[in-house]
Write a protein that binds this ligand. Structure first.
Ligand SMILES: NC(=O)c1ccc[n+]([C@@H]2O[C@H](COP(=O)([O-])OP(=O)(O)OC[C@H]3O[C@@H](n4cnc5c(N)ncnc54)[C@H](O)[C@@H]3O)[C@@H](O)[C@H]2O)c1
Ligand SMILES: [Zn+2]
Length: 368
């Protein structure tokens, strides 16, 4: 991994698990109970235990987790689901609940949910009385492989995402695919795109991730993220490779939010990775077969996406690149690949080439 020099069955949530993991899920519960009991000492040292979750996760998992943890009586804090609640108002609600229950510095907050919960809860915990301990129990694939790991916490503020936050590590991150048995398929596919990202930047084996085997690779993704974060905790250099596919992915996501067809984060990243692989072929000599093989996964990855992108979307998408806080000066900066597992960061790309990459991507996905 190097810094650039000048290199060029869409079932909806029904109240029942949607997929066939449930029997496995039940089996895995016993091991989960084991893991959770292993946390016994941390829980018993805590003066009080609080469980933060959202209204979608609570009915499925809150009673089970409270039972596994044997942490009755824990105080439950159930918030509304969705990114729009990852804000200061919700944090205030959490702080107020902690205060109301006289939580002291030895209180423990358990964040049970997706990335919104782990970001919010981590932030609330790391700031309450200058910081109390917290544990993340991620329940979305994206949170298991990304959001719950690495110590970045935060909330949206002033119209921007993650504008306020802290670096604070969870005491533990408990990952168990059992939680994914209730996750809508679109969310699952969105998380799978992030798993493929780790494949491109660090481990070719992960490029085999599919709906059939993704559970086998979850821990490996977390390991990769931890290794990268350990080497560059505050994103001075290497950590930027975690943004592979995200420069254009974020621009696509932001643009689509203004249309009738918003894309999920992972879906936009899936498209961002097409464009970024194309740029890597053009500018860094990446073997074209890497792009072609990835394209074969798109029909599944994007099977739940409601896409309606045409050539006329390219210009507005590119206008978001100018707003990217990672850009120095005018030219957008990218993480590109020389080969699978050999990313380079801070690569400047000519705007015309970026525009060609987006044209290529939109052409490709409109034929799906
Ligand atoms: N801190 C980091 O390093 C980092 C990294 C990546 C993303 N993030 C943040 O993560 C957030 C996105 O996370 P997300 O994709 O997990 O979104 P999310 O937390 O909003 O969860 C997605 C949806 O799934 C529901 N859900 C969660 N688990 C469920 C389950 N097991 N069964 C049924 N429904 C379930 C939630 O209620 C929500 O409606 C963003 O705010 C993003 O900024 C943070
Ligand atoms: Zn992402």
């Amino acid at each position: 991994m190097t810094q650039a020099s000048e290199c060029k069955d869409s079932r909806q949530r029904t109240g029942q698990p949607w997929n066939d993991m449930h029997s496995e899920a039940l089996e895995s519960m016993s091991s989960q109970q084991g893991d959770m009991r292993g946390m016994g000492s941390m829980l018993s040292k805590a003066s009080q235990v609080f469980i933060l979750t959202d209204e979608n996760v609570a009915p499925f998992w809150l009673p089970e987790v409270a039972y596994w943890l044997r942490c009755d009586p824990a105080v439950d804090i159930i918030i509304k689901a969705g990114e729009e609640h990852k804000n200061l108002q919700t944090v205030q609600r959490i702080w107020k609940t902690l205060l109301k229950h006289h939580a002291d510095r030895n209180a423990l907050l358990i964040n049970l949910g997706g990335g919104v919960i782990t970001d919010l809860g981590g932030f609330a915990a790391s700031t309450y009385k200058r910081g109390i301990k917290f544990i993340n129990i991620p329940t979305t694939l994206l949170a298991m492989v990304d959001a719950a790991i690495g110590g970045k916490t935060g909330i949206d503020f002033g119209g921007g995402k993650n504008q306020i936050g802290t670096f604070a590590e969870a005491e533990e991150v408990i990952v168990d695919p059992v939680f994914l048995s209730t996750l809508p398929r679109r969310e699952l596919l969105s998380g799978m795109a992030e798993m493929l990202k780790y494949g491109f930047i660090a481990d070719a084996n992960l490029l085999n991730t599919s709906l059939e085997n993704y559970q086998d690779y979850i821990l490996r993704c977390g390991e990769i993220k931890r290794e990268i974060v350990a080497q560059d905790p505050t994103e001075k250099g290497l950590r930027k490779i975690l943004n592979f596919g995200h420069t254009l992915g974020h621009a696509i996501e932001s643009h689509c939010l203004t249309t009738d067809h918003p894309m999920m984060h992972g879906e936009a990243v899936a498209l961002g990775m097409v464009a970024t692989l194309w740029l890597s072929v053009e500018q860094c000599g990446l073997d074209k077969r890497v792009l072609k093989e990835y394209e074969m996964q798109l029909p599944v990855l994007l099977s739940e996406a409601e896409m309606n992108l045409t050539k006329s979307d390219v210009e507005p998408i590119l206008s978001y690149l100018a707003l990217d806080k990672k850009n120095k000066g005018k030219k957008p900066q990218f993480v590109l690949l020389e080969a699978v597992g050999k990313p380079i960061w801070d690569v400047e790309v000519e705007p015309k080439l970026v525009s060609d990459a987006m044209d290529y991507t939109i052409n490709k996905v409109s034929s799906l």
